[in-house]
Design a protein around this ligand. Structure first.
Ligand code: TXA
Ligand code: MG
Length: 344
């Protein structure tokens, strides 16, 4: 299959919409990372996503909608807390998009209302991998919203990379991973946030007020969410899980975000300590990235991909403090380093 990259405009958006309505898969820009989109209600289209990405079949997809009403229309339970969060963090189709705030990058895990009906009859069976919940978000990106609106369909969209590699933040990254496997990439330029959305689940507590569990940290931070409820950060965010209990979010169980180079994650009190450690331990072909002081979170995946292209074999990364967006950066880097963190 020939893969074409087209700048986002009226014509390319119409083409994407026609393909999506016909059960095809198309890569589209969002404010977080590029997504590989398909009609969320079409099992055959969803199947194409799993095949193109080489994604494990038990790792469910995020469904993208234009607003809360569209999520409700999918037959999902919307607790009052989810309504409040949607009002604050989801743009809605009529919201002026592209604002420099954090609206959009929050994914909520919501319960299917009819999860007792035979799962094979649920139109969301494939995207959710048969779970009784569905992950939903409203992207804060004019092109993504326009495409969903014109399709009049909810769009499933995981990051548009080969499973396990760094997420794509530019159209060229998608091309590098998926060329020959998808017909069209809509180029909307570099992603503003550059890290995948924050994924949260709601904890039901008998007498108490509800709590929010962060399954994947992102640009909507624990601090932002703490205005609305108690926050729990899932163990899997910074520790290897596995063993007996199944993970709350299947994606957290897989090795992820890893470039071809070996990533060595380091926490260091100050810049000098980091520089000295790298000088002592790096052989030829090693690079260093200081996410505590100099590197920008939005360029994390871009940098990892650039270093791969240069043929760098080892990348020493200094972790930021695990607060604010720093928690998301730590999560991606620790996982890329397969959970080995060196403290100096
Ligand atoms: O920013 C983003 O979220 C991007 C853009 C394209 O929207 N998408 C993205 O999708 O990062 P993906 O598939 O790469 O990551 C989705 C994560 C996975 O860790 C998956 O396991 C989790 O969300 N997830 C999806 N549905 C779930 C569910 N019902 N319950 C728990 N976790 C779920
Ligand atoms: Mg992904």
């Amino acid at each position: 299959m020939n893969t074409i990259i087209k700048k986002a405009d009226k014509d390319s958006i119409s083409e994407a919409v026609a393909l999506l309505q016909n059960g095809e898969i198309v890569a589209i820009p969002t404010e977080t990372v590029y997504g590989l989109a398909a009609n969320a209600l079409n099992p055959a289209a969803i199947e194409k996503i799993f095949t193109a990405k080489g994604r494990p079949r038990d790792n469910p997809l995020i469904v993208h909608v234009t607003d809360l009403e569209m999520a409700r229309g999918l037959g999902l339970e919307i607790p009052p807390l989810a309504e409040e969060l949607a009002e604050r963090f989801w743009t809605g189709a009529d919201f002026p998009v592209g604002l420099p705030d954090q609206r959009g990058s929050l994914t909520m895990i919501l319960k299917k209302i009819n999860h007792t009906i035979p799962t094979t009859e649920s139109p969301l069976q494939e995207v959710s991998c048969g779970l009784d919940t569905v992950a939903v978000r409203v992207p804060n990106h004019a092109v993504a919203l326009e495409i969903i609106k014109l399709c009049e369909l909810p769009l499933a969209a995981p990051s548009a990379n080969i499973s396990g590699s760094p997420s794509p933040t530019k159209a060229e990254h998608v091309f590098a991973d998926l060329s020959g496997k998808i017909p069209l990439i809509i180029d909307g330029g570099a992603c503003e946030i550059g890290l995948e959305s924050t994924v949260i689940a709601f904890e039901e507590r008998e007498q108490d007020s509800p709590a929010i569990r962060i399954l994947r940290p992102g640009a909507v931070t624990a601090e932002d969410l703490s205005e609305f409820a108690d926050i729990k950060i899932d163990k899997s965010v910074i520790m290897k899980t596995g063993g007996t209990s199944p993970p709350r979010s299947p994606g957290t169980a897989y090795k992820h975000y890893a470039p071809k180079a070996q990533v060595i994650a380091v926490t260091a009190e100050n810049k000098n300590a980091f520089v000295q450690y790298v000088a002592k331990n790096a052989a030829d072909g090693a690079a260093k990235l200081d996410f505590c002081e100099t590197e920008e979170p939005r360029l994390l995946f871009t940098k990892l991909r650039e270093l791969d292209e240069l043929g760098v074999k080892r990348i020493f990364v200094r972790l930021p403090k695990p607060e604010g967006i720093g928690l998301a950066v730590c999560n991606r880097l620790i996982r890329a380093a397969d959970y080995n963190v060196i403290q100096i």
